[in-house]
Ligand binder design. Structure first.
Ligand code: RIB
Length: 309
């Protein structure tokens, strides 16, 4: 199996379940606080590794108690952490509220993630990898530099533009795969995205900015693949939702694993990888927490065979 490099964030997720989200100025009680390994970069690294991919993580953690928690989680999932540096600032944290419908609300404190630099990226031997995974919880100039280096070295680039923010065209054009959710797609294009038809319109507008494939994750409505050859809606699987945190990361890890396993970028193969990724994303919503919820390859295979696919 070829190698994946993730350049991104590591967060300690401080999670409380509540019956509902508090209103501004209101105080409500929740369940016991849980401290869990998270961060979009680290989640995607673990998600791909649990599928069987060889994964290296590049990022930064602080010299506090959260750093070892995050490194241990990566290492126990066989992710190589030799490119994760210790930084003088605090480890990144995410304050997460999960309501009784499994929906979440997240506040990030970047900490060491905000110091991941282009110089960190220059330590990487890109020829060791086939695919680069990027998200937006580290500085954008670093994300752009990593994408440029990867592109020059012949790697595929997968960009998950999350959390939502405006991006330079230069970065978007370097993506072989850009995978936004509805909110991120809407922000990137300035178009409303409220259903499959409007997602298709916005995805086509994004495709004009140069990425090879736009894959929009639509939650319970599945995913949409748009490239120069096809526009395909891939429906997902109905499950009992416990917590949606990291469902997008599970999707990306599953997609990255599958597209490398298939060894082809033909549209029908990309669609097959999207279908597999939908299963990984759906499975992640059935469990609580970010990294604890990410499915293994066996979980995904069993789920798909039970669903007759
Ligand atoms: O995608 C889920 C992740 O977003 C959480 O683990 C949290 O750390 C935030 O970064």
């Amino acid at each position: 199996m070829p190698n994946i490099l993730v350049v991104g964030s590591l967060n300690a997720d401080l999670v409380v379940r509540t019956p509902r989200f508090p209103k501004p100025g209101e105080t409500i009680s929740g369940e016991d606080l849980q401290t869990l390994p998270g961060g979009k970069g680290a989640n995607q690294a673990v998600a791909a590794a649990r599928q069987g991919a060889n994964v290296s993580m590049l990022g930064r953690v602080g010299k506090d108690n959260f750093g070892p928690l995050l490194l241990n989680s990566l290492q126990s999932n066989h992710v190589d952490t030799s490119l994760v540096r210790e930084d003088d600032s605090a480890t990144g944290t995410a304050i997460i509220i999960v309501d009784s419908n499994g929906q979440n609300s997240i506040v990030l404190s970047a900490g060491a993630n905000g110091r991941v630099s282009a110089a960190d990226v220059d330590h990487v031997s890109f020829s060791d990898y086939s695919l680069l995974l990027l998200q937006l919880e580290i500085p954008i100039p670093t994300v752009l530099h990593a994408a440029q280096r990867a592109h020059e070295s012949g790697l595929r680039v997968l960009l998950n533009p999350a959390p939502a923010q405006a991006l330079p065209d230069e970065l978007i054009a370097l993506a072989d795969f850009i995978i936004p959710n509805e909110t991120e797609l809407s922000l990137l294009t300035g178009q409303p995205v409220k259903d499959i038809a409007s997602a298709e319109q916005a995805a086509m507008a994004l495709l004009k900015r140069g990425p090879k494939n736009v894959i929009v994750t639509l939650g319970g409505n599945g995913s949409l693949l748009v490239n120069k050859e096809v526009t395909t809606h891939v429906s997902t699987y109905k499950v009992k939702v416990v917590d949606t945190t990291a469902a997008g990361d599970a999707f990306i890890g599953g997609f990255a694993f599958k597209i490398l396993e298939l060894e082809s970028l033909l549209s029908e193969k990309v669609e097959e990888a999207v279908r597999y990724a939908n299963a990984c994303g759906a499975l992640a919503t059935t469990k609580f927490g970010a990294q604890p919820s990410l499915p293994t390859h066996e979980d995904a295979k069993e789920f798909l065979s039970l669903r007759g696919t």
